[in-house]
Write a protein that binds this ligand. Sequence first.
Ligand code: FAD
Length: 423
Amino acid sequence: MSKPNLISRRGVIRAAAAATAMFACPVIAKAKPRVVVVGGGAGGATAAKYLRHGSDAIDVTLIEANRRYVTPFTSNLYLGGLKPFETLSFGYEGVAAHGVGLVFDQVAAIDRANKEVRTAGGARLGYDRLVLSPGIDFRWDAVPGYSEAAAERMPHGYRGGAQFQLLKSQLDALGDGALIVIIAPPNPYRCPPAPYERASMMAHALKSRGVKNARIVILDAKDHFAMQTLFIDGWERHYPGMIEWQDPTIHGGIKAVDPKAMTVTTDFETHKAALVNVIPPQIAGRLGRDAGLADDSGFCPVDAGTMASLIDPAIHVIGDSATGGEFPKSGFAANNEGKIAAMIIRADLVGDRRMPVRFTNHCWSDLAPDDAIKNGARYTPQDGKIVMSDPYTSQLDESPQLRAKQAREAAGWYIGMTTDIFG
Ligand SMILES: Cc1cc2nc3c(=O)[nH]c(=O)nc-3n(C[C@H](O)[C@H](O)[C@H](O)COP(=O)(O)OP(=O)(O)OC[C@H]3O[C@@H](n4cnc5c(N)ncnc54)[C@H](O)[C@@H]3O)c2cc1C
């Protein structure tokens, strides 16, 4: 006896419908191009968002080590007591809302040959294009006696939220007669005016708490620094006798730091300090260097017109890790570069419109509440390098009203910038 036919009538109709659909629509959906972005800071989060902004033609995944990003920009105001820590911290919900896939993990390696990124957690993500924005790393051994472990006693306060909080807790614990030593790095480093804005904000915090006879000594690797005359003028007006800047001809070089003894020894003397802020020389984030994308400078050379690596054109390096002419290392610039990389990649992969590449950079520094100075310039690619034009800087004789307006401008910029990156 033959077996009963177990396929139901409804099943037959479904199968027939599926077969009809198969023959009626022979087009197999084409996989979307895949872009992986590593680093969800000022550069990377911007690039991820703008790769998806108004279009879902590209699959975009952002890999970031931390679930929240703490902006280094305006962290000095937090030190100065002008901003609570919470206002520096951002999540990635806004970026995800644009259709960006999020992976919270440390990227361990880039396999350039197979166009694949591997995370510490074991994930492997293939890419057609990779955007790298891992920020900076430090030359830890450049300051004798300093190390990653020493940064727990002598914070650099130059990346990562915990370091800003450590620096602030040390600052808040200082009493009368305290000595702060800031070791300022050689060029190039992120945000050239930041160490000097930091000195201003530390002095402001101590002054507002009524701490007496505290001193801040800046031991610099450079013989001059950004907006120098404006900073020195501000220090004389707001914190007379409190901040002393020494160039290498005065201190003769840093011979050693001792985190246990809290001393800094120069060619001429040993400072016994209550707080030591060591900002070491900087290089590109480890990932780009390990992937062989850096040159002898320690940074990753790129074509300024596309932000594509000169070593691997499938990888765009943006933000502080990149080098190529007079790129400023700032959040403002990283945000611009993120948009440029997104535009170029969209044009290359899905034929979106390509506009001329150019951008500006403006940088505000607070000397005291309602007293901010600024500088900036335009940037245009020429022969693959970025070239600066029309630089400007604040003037010594600016009115208090203009300085107060610039301080409000800086606060407005921060809201606009963080909304553009994370909104
Ligand atoms: C004190 C201070 C003040 C500043 N003030 C200003 C200012 O007023 N204006 C201004 O424009 N700029 C300012 N800056 C500079 C600005 O913060 C940087 O230039 C900017 O953040 C650079 O962006 P980025 O994307 O290159 O790096 P970041 O913003 O540092 O982002 C890098 C991200 O990559 C992630 N990452 C790194 N490696 C990995 C990995 N292997 N796997 C996964 N994720 C990884 C990190 O967790 C981080 O989130 C200031 C900086 C400092 C320190």
